[in-house]
Design a protein around this ligand. Structure first.
Ligand SMILES: NC(=O)c1ccc[n+]([C@@H]2O[C@H](COP(=O)([O-])OP(=O)(O)OC[C@H]3O[C@@H](n4cnc5c(N)ncnc54)[C@H](OP(=O)(O)O)[C@@H]3O)[C@@H](O)[C@H]2O)c1
Length: 298
């Protein structure tokens, strides 16, 4: 296997990530030449975005055209798709899942192919938004030797920042990414719903107010780091305010109150580090949060 910019690349699985990476790599000068998916129209859609890229009805046939094959299907389809392809030593199989290990590629490896993973630490929905978000995004990379070097170069060439992962790091790496992405999105949606139900602001209108705050929070953390960038009454040791918040959230629902209380409790060690409130206040705050958490089972 020799990998360079003219290495022929195929994408199997033409959804948000497949389309976005294929277009980004093509724009960066790489040769994306084949696409196939469960539904042929998805492959046609990907291929129509890239000059010289051909859509294939047959997944094995698309894979046969290429040296580097990205498997960008749903996580559960990666292994069956890999098993349906005839691999050779000139090829590499790479998936983009943060949750799956390299084990799902073992059939490719047993037939001589190199294997790796290339996980963009970014939320993908629409292709245009995702393309705009790629520069500056982190890419979690697994692999060895030349493939690892090549995936590193791919990440750099789409404006990303590579980091290297051991298979044993994968579950925690992905859990942390989802806590930041999906779980944070869930929290924001819960808050927007509270605005709709209790403050009379339609939830998507509420988002227009809340999202600039999310950006401000990210900016404050980036500018000031941990612990100085962390703020809020639970950090200041403002016990009475936090008690009012817990009651207000409990009036909405136990789950909403637990969301506030458990997040604050997990972050309280940074309040202690920041040193803006006394050790005694930190202890009182912890006791208050634990009391609400333990006395209000979901
Ligand atoms: N979305 C994210 O934010 C994100 C971020 C980082 C990594 N990832 C990872 O990237 C990968 C792709 O995720 P995605 O968000 O792009 O998913 P997606 O938008 O749902 O696209 C998955 C694509 O794979 C196709 N597919 C499903 N089963 C298939 C099969 N058996 N054979 C061939 N194609 C099949 C789908 O069907 P059709 O052909 O019917 O369209 C669809 O086009 C996953 O491993 C995911 O964990 C996702």
């Amino acid at each position: 296997m020799y990998l360079n910019k003219s290495t022929k690349i195929a994408f199997i699985g033409c959804g948000a990530v497949g389309k976005t990476l294929a277009v980004a790599l093509s724009k960066a000068g790489y040769s994306v030449i084949a696409a196939s998916s469960r539904t042929y129209s998805s492959a046609e859609d990907l291929a129509s975005r890239i000059a010289g890229c051909v859509s294939y009805e047959s997944i094995p046939e698309a894979a046969l055209q290429a040296d580097l094959i990205f498997i960008t299907t749903f996580d559960s389809a990666i292994e069956p798709v890999v098993n349906s392809i005839k691999w050779s030593a000139r090829q590499a199989a790479v998936h983009c899942s943060g949750a799956s290990s390299l084990d799902v590629l073992k059939t490719a490896e047993s037939q001589g192919a190199s294997i790796g993973s290339f996980h963009p630490l970014q939320a993908f929905a629409g292709v245009d938004d995702a393309l705009a978000a790629l520069p500056g995004s982190t890419f979690g990379i697994e692999g060895e030797g030349q493939l690892k070097d090549y995936l590193t170069q791919l990440a750099l060439d789409v404006g990303g920042k590579p980091i290297f992962l051991q298979s044993s790091d994968k579950p925690l790496y992905h859990a942390s990414a989802v806590t930041l992405g999906g779980v944070l999105m869930g929290q924001i949606a819960v808050i927007a719903q509270i605005w709709q139900d209790r403050l009379g602001v339609e939830r998507n209108e509420a988002l227009k107010t809340l999202i600039p705050m999310v950006r401000g929070v990210a900016d404050a953390l980036e500018a000031n780091g941990i612990p100085n960038g962390i703020a809020g009454p639970y950090v200041r040791g403002d016990i009475e305010t936090v008690k009012k918040h817990l009651e207000a959230m409990r009036s909405v629902g136990i789950k909403e109150m637990q969301m506030y209380a458990t997040t604050a409790l997990a972050g309280i060690k940074f309040a202690a580090e920041k040193g803006v409130c006394s050790a005694e206040d930190v202890k009182v705050m912890k006791d208050l949060l634990n009391t609400y958490i333990n006395n209000n089972p979901i």
